[in-house]
Design a protein around this ligand. Structure first.
Ligand SMILES: Cc1cc2nc3c(=O)[nH]c(=O)nc-3n(C[C@H](O)[C@H](O)[C@H](O)COP(=O)(O)OP(=O)(O)OC[C@H]3O[C@@H](n4cnc5c(N)ncnc54)[C@H](O)[C@@H]3O)c2cc1C
Length: 464
């Protein structure tokens, strides 16, 4: 049987792959997307979306406990973890169905199976239905990433979990150890801690959420501790001794190793790109540790092979993957495309309180030689935050003192994951302090703090 030919084949239907496929089809290309597990990839099925569904349940639960503060009464507050998880899985399923519909609507050929690239321009797909051979001038690698397993700390799905297990927990943690305080670790710590698990977070770096601005990390840490979490910074889990019912963690901290028992451990020590088994080595595609090396247009250096999203390296974020997907589809279709600027991609963490940032931290800006102006505004000075019962938070902005360019924005507090986009647009438009100061922000909104933080950087804040 002759191989089916396409203009563009996308391997992996996560937020990178399915978006690239849709954009390619919109531009008139004959597109196939190959997926071995779930349409929507990790993001919709095992990442962004189901975690946000879980966190919404814990947020509502947290608010129910605060009912009295709002003049309300709520007795007999409780939860059913199975039902919480069922809701999260339902949300993921609904999103997967949505992607299926969009691919169909855009006439993208969807093939469910495992893809390999036997030679340039060729793709083999292995599925239950048998093997299928395809050809295409352009192949996009969008195979994503998976949880990193450190020796001795490997997830087993029983007492030691990866994010996948933590999303469909086989039991309810009572005493939980979370290894790693990046976005994934802290979100699960926040979820299970709110549901009552006695939670310890161990972080090897000198602060939680180590990619964030130091002041934001410190603020978030205080809030986590107030909620009863134990945070151990500059600490390393060296070993896990497992039995059927418990895990003893050997934790190196403050120059000694302590042993502590937990019933559950979540290992959130990073991710590794799915670079294996595709045949990349034989094609000459360069791999650096666990990601494919690409240029600013996601080209791998091998003609007709592109890599986008998590497989192409940091930042490991769905919106970065999707944006690269659109860009590559446009490059392939011969359109003018703009490279993605990593320093303009916001990062959001949906713990309680939320954390969001874009651009350089104050320390990074200084390290790069900028003379900076820094503005800060606390949530307590904002009427809407107080009315919402969310007076704990901070908005910090970093400007280039010479040009007034907004170098970075860093926030912690309620709804900041929704607010950050205001600053992202500002950075994209290369805004300066003057534009931001002259912008009228609606009242009463949390966004007014974004204005005040800019004003504060120039000594003009009104409400502090
Ligand atoms: C718990 C968790 C929470 C997260 N929360 C957020 C968040 O809030 N916001 C955010 O921006 N990001 C979040 N992320 C990260 C986000 O999920 C990823 O950045 C995003 O999914 C990357 O998209 P992708 O298209 O590159 O890859 P993926 O989503 O990983 O998709 C790759 C797809 O390729 C398929 N595949 C792999 N190999 C093959 C093959 N050989 N043949 C066929 N198919 C193959 C896989 O089955 C998978 O479906 C989270 C991640 C996790 C784990």
């Amino acid at each position: 049987m002759a191989a089916k030919n396409f203009d563009m084949i996308v391997i992996g239907a996560g937020p990178g792959g399915y978006v690239a496929a849709i954009r390619g089809a919109q531009l008139g290309l004959n597109v196939a997307v190959i997926e071995r597990e779930n349409l929507g990839g990790i993001c919709l099925n095992w990442g962004c979306i189901p975690t946000k569904a879980l966190l919404r349940s814990s947020e509502v639960f947290h608010l129910m406990h605060r009912a009295k503060e709002f003049g309300l009464s709520a007795d007999g507050i409780g939860y059913d973890l199975d039902a919480v998880v069922k809701r999260s899985r339902g949300v993921a399923k609904q999103m997967e169905g949505g992607v299926k519909h969009l691919l169909k609507k855009n006439k993208v050929t969807v093939i469910m199976g495992e893809a390999t690239i036997p030679a340039k321009g060729k793709v083999s797909v292995k599925s239950e239905a048998g093997n299928e051979e395809l050809t295409a001038k352009n192949i996009i690698l969008a195979t994503g990433a998976r949880a990193r397993n450190l020796p001795g700390l490997e997830a087993d799905g029983e007492r030691v979990w990866s994010y996948r297990h933590a999303l469909v927990p086989p039991h309810q943690p009572k005493k939980l150890l979370v290894i790693g305080s990046g976005a994934i670790g802290i979100e699960f710590a926040s979820f299970y801690n709110t549901l009552g698990a006695d939670t310890t977070v161990v972080e090897v770096m000198d602060r939680v959420l180590p990619v964030e601005d130091a002041e934001i990390s410190a603020f978030a840490k205080k809030q986590f501790e107030k909620q009863g979490m134990k945070i151990m910074e500059k600490s390393v889990v060296k070993q896990l001794d497992r039995t059927k019912t418990k895990v003893t963690a050997h934790i190196e901290t403050g120059g000694k190793v302590i042993k502590e028992e937990f019933d559950t451990v979540i290992s959130a020590v990073g991710i590794v790109g799915n670079v294996e088994g595709l045949g990349l080595e034989g094609l000459g595609v360069k791999i650096d540790r666990t990601h494919v090396v690409t240029d600013e247009f996601c080209r791998t250096g091998v003609d007709g092979i592109y890599a986008i999203g998590d497989i192409a390296g940091a930042p490991w974020l769905a919106h970065k993957a999707s944006h690269e997907g659109v860009m590559v589809a446009e490059v392939i279709a011969g359109k003018h495309a703009h490279p993605v600027k990593p320093e303009s991609i916001a990062g959001c963490t949906y713990c309680y309180p939320q954390v969001a940032s874009v651009g350089y931290t104050e320390a990074k800006a200084k390290e790069l030689g900028y003379d900076v102006k820094v503005g800060k505004f606390p949530f307590i000075g904002n009427g809407k935050a107080v009315a919402l019962g969310e007076p704990e938070g901070l908005v910090k902005t970093v400007f280039d003192a010479k040009t007034g360019e907004l170098l970075g924005a860093h926030m912690v507090g309620a709804e900041v994951t929704e607010l950050i986009q205001g600053y992202v647009v500002g950075r994209q438009l290369e805004t300066t302090e003057e534009d931001l100061m002259n912008t009228v922000f609606p009242h009463p909104t949390l966004s007014e703090m974004m204005h005040e933080s800019v004003l504060a950087a120039y000594g003009k804040a009104i409400h502090i």
